[in-house]
Unconditional design. Structure first.
Lengths: 136, 150
């Protein structure tokens, strides 16, 4: 009786061990070549920290803005290459149209408005990074 | 008195039907269509067709109420706007960067529940995506996005 019980348990655990062993050999689990760490210079980072992170970081409360752009993910290598490029281009696009920070947010937080110099600093950095990654 | 109000209401509804508005054109054969030019897994193409193509392609279908004012004013406008933002029927004619931009939007907007619009899913149950459907679409879009810049 006891053996009948132990045998299937043993078989199952061996199977589990096999599965986890083979998956650990699977290259997608150990390949880190996809991780993209991008370089944000201090002066750009300071502006982003001060004016963007309230909505665009891991700690942000608004799910929507965090989902669309998360600077923590961008700098931690949590986005894949394609994603990083599209996010960088989006930064350039949004700043070019003067859409960020949004007016509604600025109405309550006027101190978060980007000066044209700040906007240009971020934008130049983002477009430079993006072209570099595209190999332009 | 009540009768009069009904009469006036009906008259208004009939009258507004004559207000002209161009119906978005429908074309079924689109050589640059995403699904015609790109390999998309069957389950994803079904989801896209069911949940997105009515507004984000040239293959819109129009149920009877969609051609009755005032519904049609809103609906036609929505379709024009939707096609301008993203039209899967023109997919292959887009620049690489625009494709990337849109794929990133698809991923985050579908995952966050911003798309498909609530007003649309109420009337189209097949567009009512489950959490798994949303994950599937987002993962597909993210993978496509990576392939673009490889």
């Amino acid at each position: 009786m006891k053996i009948k019980f132990i045998l299937p348990l043993f078989v199952v655990s061996v199977l589990f061990a096999l599965v986890s062993f083979t998956s650990s050999l699977d290259p997608q689990y150990i390949d880190i070549s996809d991780v993209v760490i991008i370089d944000i210079p201090e002066n750009v980072k300071a502006i982003i920290d001060n004016k963007c992170m309230e909505c665009h970081s891991n700690e942000a409360k608004n799910g929507k803005s965090k989902m669309k752009m998360n600077f923590d993910k961008l700098s931690n290598g949590d986005y894949s290459t394609g994603k990083v490029i599209s996010k960088l281009d989006k930064i350039v696009k949004m700043l070019g149209k003067d859409k960020m920070p949004p007016e509604k947010f600025l109405a309550k937080n006027p101190d978060k408005k980007l000066s044209s110099e700040e906007s240009k600093l971020i934008s130049d950095w983002a477009s430079g990074q993006s072209s570099m990654m595209k190999g332009e | 008195m009540k009768k009069k109000i009904y009469f006036i209401l009906i008259a208004i509804v009939i009258l507004i039907q004559f207000y002209p508005m161009d119906k978005p054109t429908v074309t079924i054969d689109n050589p640059n269509d995403l699904l015609a030019t790109t390999t998309v897994p069957d389950n994803i193409s079904t989801l896209l067709k069911n949940a997105c193509y009515d507004c984000h392609s040239n293959e819109s279908t129009f149920p009877w109420y969609s051609n009755v004012a005032p519904v049609k004013w809103m609906l036609y406008d929505h379709i024009y706007e939707a096609r301008e933002e993203l039209n899967f029927s023109n997919w292959n004619s887009l620049e690489t960067d625009d494709k990337a931009d849109l794929l990133d939007d698809i991923s985050s907007m579908v995952l966050e529940g911003e798309m498909p619009l609530k007003g649309y899913t109420i009337l189209h149950s097949e567009a009512n995506l489950s959490e798994e459907d949303r994950e599937l679409i987002a993962t597909w879009a993210d993978e496509m996005l990576d392939l673009i810049y490889e």
